[in-house]
Design a protein. Structure first.
Length: 247
């Protein structure tokens, strides 16, 4: 008897940080991974090799600039053709940097909206017919700043707000075949650019659980939303140690 096919998940920005944690957790739980990267080729190839050694032909690496609309559709088709199915999409990739009023220009707008709103929409649109076949799911990474603005980050907040709106809209439009949810992480990994590390102690002190989270806290929530939360759609799950209660 042949082995049942593993579910396939496409994860953007999956070579490093939280994305890599999601990859490892889902792979350990039996998912085959279509691993998107753009500038992190070395990390993507190393992660793919690590996991492929555990289970052959279980990771497909896909290089794409998320600002290239045409490439988004072809990437989804490559992921779906790989093992003949696509069960889930995790829109994890994100750009984050300050845009103080007075300095905002079209380049900043395009950069922040490309990864945080535009690409998730076009990826979801391309993936939806494949996901519907297997009663699949989409998970988007949003931010509390979509609801409660962060000073000097107007464009980022607007982009994440658009992603929240997209999550809720697609939850209605793609139902009942496809569930669509979002996760709003708290202090998990500090941004590599665009945020002052001196703020971290203050943020943690204001968090009810008084600590940073772990990337696997996000990965576990992604797994739950994809595999177990069969009656959950259109929701934003805050994985933030209660921080949003103190804002």
């Amino acid at each position: 008897m042949s082995k049942p096919a593993c579910p396939v998940v496409l994860i953007t920005g999956a070579a490093r940080r939280i994305g890599a944690a999601v990859v490892r957790r889902l792979h350990a739980e039996g998912f085959d991974i279509a691993l998107h990267y753009h500038r992190s080729k070395v990390e993507a190839q190393a992660l793919a090799a690590e996991l492929s050694a555990l289970r052959a032909d279980s990771v497909l690496t896909l290089d794409a600039d998320l600002a290239d609309d045409a490439r988004l559709a072809t990437m989804v088709e490559e992921a779906a053709r790989w093992h003949g199915r696509l069960d889930a999409l995790v829109n994890n990739a994100s750009s984050f940097h300050a845009t103080p009023v007075g300095s905002i220009d079209g380049t900043a707008w395009d950069n922040l909206f490309a990864s945080n709103a535009r690409a998730p929409l076009f990826l979801s649109q391309a993936a939806a017919p494949h996901l519907a076949v297997h009663q699949g799911a989409i998970v988007n990474m949003v931010d509390i700043y979509a609801e409660r603005p962060l000073r000097e980050h107007t464009v980022y907040g607007m982009a994440k707000a658009a992603l929240v709106a997209m999550t809720q809209s697609l939850a209605i439009e793609l139902a009942p075949q496809v569930r669509v949810n979002a996760i709003a992480p708290g202090a998990i990994l500090w941004p590599e650019h665009g945020k002052d590390y001196t703020e971290r102690d203050t943020m943690i002190a204001a968090t009810p659980l008084k600590r940073c989270g772990d990337p696997d806290d996000i990965a576990s929530t992604v797994l739950w939303l994809l595999r177990d939360a069969k009656f959950v759609t259109g929701q934003v799950i805050r994985v933030d140690g209660g921080r949003s209660l103190a804002l």
